[in-house]
Design a protein around this ligand. Structure first.
Ligand SMILES: *Cc1c(COP(=O)(O)O)cnc(C)c1O
Length: 394
C-alpha cells in the first residue's frame, strides 16, 4: 500500500495490535477449526482435567482455578458475588475505566464502597491504602486493576498485597485481565486473594471466557457471602470440577484452544513469555518517543502502551488513519483521554516485522496530519534503528 507521501508499505497484512482481543497463534487457530465434540466425552474429560491443572501454573497458585463462560467483566463480578455481602466495606482503587466499572458493580450489589480516586495515568500510592485500612480495619475487600488498560498504568500489586495481607478480615481482589500471563503476578507468593484473567487479553484466545481463583483466606468468606449469585456461584463450579465437569455446558472450543496456549506457555516457560511481551513494550516506548509521542502512563505496564499524541493532533484520527491507510488496528483513548492518546497492545502472537511496520506507520500517520512534524528521512532512520534494536535485543 502506498500512503499519501509515497511511503511504500510492502507487507500490508492485517496487524491486530490492540490491548485485546489479540492476534491468535497459528496453533490456536487450528484448534479452533477442529470439529465440535460433546463436553461429556472421554476426549473432552481429558482436556478439561489437563487445563484445570496447567492453568494453575500461570496463576502460580496451588488453589483451584475456575473457567467461566463470560467475558472478563463477568469474572470481575464473580469475584465480588462470591466474597461479599450487602453493606460490606469495600475500597475501590479507581484509576481509569475498568476501575470505575468494578466500583460500580460493587455499589450495584449494595456494598458500601469508598472510591480511592487516582489521577489517570498515575499508579496508586500504597500509603493511601495503608492509611485507609488503619482507619477502617473492617474493610472486607480492596479492589484494584493490576494493569488499568484504559491508561496503560501498572499498579504496585505486590506492595499493596504486603499491606492488605496483614488485615485478617480484608481480601485483596485483583483484576488482572491484561496482566496475568503478560508479566509476573504470582498469586500465592504475593498473597492475592481473588484473581481474574480474561481469554482475549493476555491468554491470547478469542473473547468469551474468564478465569478466576481464590486464596485460602478468601475461601473462608465464600460460604457466608450474601450477594445474590447463581450463574457465578463458585461453590457449584468447584463441585462440578471435582467430578470432572464444569457447572454449565463447557465452552469446548475455547477450552480446547486454552489447552494449546497452556502447552505453548509450558514449552517455552512463563519467563520467556514475559520477556517477549516486555521486549515489545520496550521497543514501542523507546521508538514511539523518538517519533515525537510521549508516554501517558507514569508507571507503564508491559501489556499495553499509551502514547500521548502531539497536542495539535487528534489521537482518534491517528488511530483511524493507521487502520485505513496501514491496515493496523490499535486503540484510542476513552473518556478524559479520548483524542489525547493512542494505545498499542503487546500481548498475543506478534512478529518483529509487525513492530517495525508499526513504528514506521506511526511516523507516517504523524506526517499525514502535519508534514512539518517529521520528515520521511527521520521516519526511515527511526524504523532502521528499531530494526537494529530488535536484532541486538533478542
Ligand atoms: C478488557 C478488560 C476488562 C473487561 O473485559 P471484557 O472481556 O470486555 O468484559 C476488565 N478489566 C480490564 C483491566 C480489561 O483490560
Amino acid at each position: 500500500m502506498t500512503s499519501d507521501d509515497g511511503f511504500n508499505d510492502v507487507s500490508n497484512e492485517y496487524s491486530l495490535l490492540a490491548p485485546g482481543p489479540v492476534n491468535l497463534h497459528p496453533e490456536v487457530r487450528k484448534a479452533l477449526a477442529l470439529p465440535m465434540i460433546h463436553h461429556r466425552t472421554p476426549e473432552f474429560d481429558k482436556i478439561l482435567k489437563r487445563v484445570l491443572e496447567n492453568i494453575k501454573k500461570v496463576f502460580q497458585t496451588t488453589q483451584e482455578v475456575f473457567l467461566l463462560t463470560t467475558t472478563g467483566s463477568g469474572g470481575m463480578e464473580a469475584l465480588l458475588v462470591n466474597t461479599l455481602s450487602p453493606g460490606d466495606k469495600v475500597l475501590a482503587i479507581v484509576s481509569g475505566k475498568f476501575g470505575e466499572r468494578w466500583a460500580d458493580m460493587a455499589k450495584h450489589y449494595g456494598a458500601s464502597v469508598t472510591v480511592l480516586e487516582v489521577p489517570w495515568g498515575e499508579a496508586v500510592q500504597v500509603s493511601l491504602v495503608e492509611d485507609h485500612l488503619k482507619n477502617n480495619p473492617d474493610t472486607r475487600a480492596v479492589l484494584c486493576q493490576a494493569c488499568e488498560t484504559s491508561t496503560a498504568v501498572s499498579h504496585p500489586i505486590r506492595e499493596l498485597a504486603d499491606v492488605i495481607s496483614k488485615y485478617s478480615e480484608t481480601l485483596f481482589l485483583v483484576d488482572a485481565i491484561t496482566a496475568l500471563g503478560a508479566y509476573p503476578l504470582p498469586m500465592d507468593e504475593w498473597k492475592i486473594d481473588g484473581l481474574v484473567a480474561g481469554s482475549q487479553k493476555a491468554f491470547m484466545l478469542p473473547t468469551g471466557m474468564a478465569f478466576i481463583s481464590f486464596s485460602q483466606k478468601a475461601w473462608k468468606f465464600i460460604e457466608g457471602a450474601k450477594f445474590p449469585r447463581y450463574y457465578f456461584d463458585v461453590r457449584k463450579e468447584k463441585k462440578a470440577n471435582a467430578s470432572g465437569e464444569t457447572f454449565f455446558s463447557s465452552n469446548v472450543a475455547i477450552i480446547r484452544a486454552l489447552d494449546v496456549v497452556l502447552n505453548l506457555i509450558q514449552a517455552q516457560g512463563l519467563n520467556k513469555l514475559f520477556h517477549d511481551i516486555h521486549r515489545r513494550a520496550e521497543l514501542t516506548r523507546i521508538f514511539a518517543q523518538k517519533l515525537g509521542f510521549t508516554l501517558y502512563a507514569k508507571s507503564p505496564s508491559d501489556s499495553v502502551t499509551a502514547l500521548t499524541v502531539p497536542s495539535h493532533m487528534d489521537g482518534q484520527k491517528i488511530r483511524l488513519h493507521l487502520e485505513e491507510a496501514h491496515n493496523i488496528t490499535i486503540m484510542g483513548g476513552q473518556d478524559q483521554a479520548k483524542g489525547k492518546i493512542i494505545r498499542v497492545g503487546h500481548m498475543g502472537y506478534i512478529q518483529d516485522q509487525e513492530l517495525i511496520r508499526l513504528i514506521a506507520s506511526l511516523g507516517h500517520c504523524l506526517r499525514h496530519f502535519d508534514p512539518a512534524f517529521i520528515s520521511v528521512e527521520q521516519i526511515s532512520m527511526v524504523a532502521d534503528e528499531a530494526r537494529k534494536w530488535l536484532e541486538q535485543n533478542p
